[in-house]
Design a protein around this ligand. Structure first.
Ligand code: CA
Length: 225
């Protein structure tokens, strides 16, 4: 999952970045509205954490623009303490949630997970695929209670594909959401295929991995009822 942190208070931005990186998120940061606007335009983020009070830009305009251009990112707006009007305006503009300053990072994480569950129709923080169980909160995978030792990237790939099941996920999408900013030529390289190969190999020790389908020349699809 990739996150854009839009926050002009550098210390706070840094704390959020460190925390979310530890939780397995790929973080990108913008300190100004202008920079945020450009990043949102060019990239597709799973989450945008958006401070409404930016020095150069009204955060609501940014949200409005992003929504109008059809961006699918989940927006969590960050408002000044007690500004109920801001919360209402943000939600009306299509924000998925809001936090008031100061907020706890654990609350931020819980809200992000709640948004993911809502968006992807999950009842709890686990996803089951053919006997494999992904624990999203603890970032682990097991099969009949046997823990499977995946690397961070292998877990991220499986997690992303499971959330977007039955859809073709292109190599570009996987690169963007799991690695963040990458060079153009990386899209052509086969490093994603190598990760998928290793993932399949590790899972196949326990069960059938036919649910991970290779879509030739495009990417992958995780097939799940
Ligand atoms: Ca601010």
């Amino acid at each position: 999952m990739n996150v854009l942190i839009v926050e002009d208070e550098r210390q706070l931005s840094h704390e959020i970045e460190i925390f979310l990186t530890k939780q397995g998120y790929q973080c990108d940061v913008a300190f100004t509205g202008k920079s945020a606007s450009e990043k949102i335009y060019v990239n597709s983020y799973d989450f945008v954490l958006l401070d409404i009070g930016l020095p150069d830009y009204n955060g609501f305009n940014l949200l409005r623009e992003a929504k109008q251009s059809g961006k699918e990112s989940a927006f969590i707006i960050v408002t000044a303490r007690g500004s109920t009007d801001d919360k209402i305006t943000g939600l009306d503009l299509g924000a998925d949630d809001y936090l008031s300053k100061p907020f706890s990072l654990l609350e931020l994480q819980a809200r992000m997970q709640a948004i993911l569950r809502r968006k992807h129709g999950l009842k709890n923080n686990t996803i089951e695929i053919n006997g494999f169980v992904l624990d999203i909160q603890n970032r682990t995978v097991s099969f009949k209670n046997n823990p499977i030792n995946l690397t961070k990237k292998e877990f991220d790939i499986l997690h992303y594909m499971a959330l977007h099941k039955n859809r073709v996920i292109t190599r570009v999408q996987l690169t963007e959401h799991i690695w963040g900013d990458v060079l153009e030529e990386d899209y052509e390289s086969n490093y994603i295929d190598v990760h998928i190969k290793n993932l399949r190999k590790k899972l196949s020790v326990y069960g059938n991995t036919d649910f991970i389908e290779t879509v030739r020349g495009i990417g992958y699809r995780l097939n799940m009822a």
